[in-house]
Ligand binder design. Structure first.
Ligand code: TYM
Length: 328
């Protein structure tokens, strides 16, 4: 049986990009694998949340994980900070992570651009903490969206470097996993290439139907095609990409055809897309609302997850300490 690990940062709420890029795969994977899914709350500190925001976001993501179908009986579902062993591995990996390779990460360069006043060391070493998450459980597979490919590549670099340095074959090379499809990137409703938690361009799983409709109807479009089979602008391609995830193949083909014949009415396409998104989100939203009040159950889930994850983490740390030359 393979070990699968993945996580989501605890910042705000989950959006459909997280769902189609990552979560959908988590749900399928828990059926057949030894799975560790966690909420990356240490990672969220790079943006300096208040204690209330931090607590609120962790709870939101936990509830949303469960509402999407993660089953704590089938997988180990835990909060990253409940397993502080990861920090020891993070430190070890940081000793062999080089400034140049960390600075070259696209995600780091993006953050430098987005938050020039807060380029902290945690942002720079974000990929080493992520590598520590993965290597802590010696995962074989990591279901992620396309944006995380580079971090996963670095994880392999760090794993191999550790093995070479200590002449062991301890860490495996984790692979991305997306069920044979290419890794997916769900675009934003504002014409941008990626839907993001903090970009203001997302449909959240917890959005109510009126909000979903409003957001979709406001999504950017263009003037419309003037020639048959015209290449699509980014904003129109984005709507089609989202439609491919939530609408039926017939619906997609209908609007594709209308676009190619220049008879498309974007208003109609958006209405259809909004209804399909509402139908997709509504049952998840219902479960989110129901689970939000279940404090005792949520507490139990976190406790149980922390225990299972820590047991495995301790074992890795014991091994790694011994390999490095520390007392076990
Ligand atoms: P985060 O919270 O940014 O993203 C969580 C997951 O959602 C995917 N994702 C998307 N997929 C497709 N289209 C989008 N628009 C989109 N936006 C987000 C991400 O690829 C990711 O799979 N660094 C991780 C959290 C993390 C982690 C780990 C993941 C920390 N440690 C170890 C795997 C293994 C992240 O980006 O979270």
């Amino acid at each position: 049986m393979e070990t699968v690990l993945s996580g989501i940062r605890s910042t705000g709420n989950l959006h459909i990009g997280n769902y189609f890029g990552a979560l959908r795969n988590f749900i399928r994977m828990q059926e057949e694998n030894q799975c560790y899914f966690f909420i990356a709350d240490y990672h969220s500190l790079t943006t300096h949340p208040t204690p209330e925001n931090l607590r609120g976001s962790v709870k939101n993501i936990l509830v949303e994980y469960l509402a999407c179908g993660l089953d704590p009986k089938k997988c180990t579902l835990y909060i990253q900070s409940d397993v502080p062993e990861v920090l020891e591995l993070y430190l070890f990996l940081n000793m062999n992570a080089y400034l140049g390779e960390l600075e070259r990460c696209t995600s780091f360069k993006d953050k430098v651009r987005q938050q020039p006043d807060n380029v902290n060391a945690g942002l720079l070493t974000y990929p080493t903490l992520m590598a520590a998450d993965i290597l802590l459980h010696r995962a074989d597979k990591v279901p992620v969206g396309k944006d995380q490919e580079q971090h996963l590549e670095l994880t392999r670099v760090f794993a191999n470097r550790f093995n070479r340095m200590y002449k062991v074959n301890y860490f495996k090379e984790p692979q991305a996993y997306n069920f044979g499809e290419n890794l997916i990137k769900i675009p934003g409703l504002d014409g941008s290439l990626k839907m993001g938690k903090s970009e203001g361009n997302a449909i959240y799983l917890a959005d109510d139907p009126a909000t979903v409709r409003k957001k979709v109807m406001r999504a950017k479009t263009d003037q419309g095609p003037t020639q048959e089979h015209q290449e699509k602008s980014q904003e129109i391609q984005n709507l089609f990409t989202i439609m491919q995830q939530v609408s039926t193949p017939d619906t997609c083909a209908f609007f594709e055809d209308a676009y190619n014949r220049c008879s498309i009415r974007y208003g109609d396409m958006k209405k259809q897309l909004a209804e399909d998104l509402v139908a997709f989100c509504a049952p998840i939203r219902e479960r989110i609302l129901a689970l939000s009040g279940e404090e005792k159950y949520l507490e139990e889930v976190m406790e149980e997850g922390a225990e299972k994850a820590r047991a495995n983490a301790r074992k890795t740390i014991r091994d790694v300490r011994e390999i490095i030359g520390f007392r076990k």
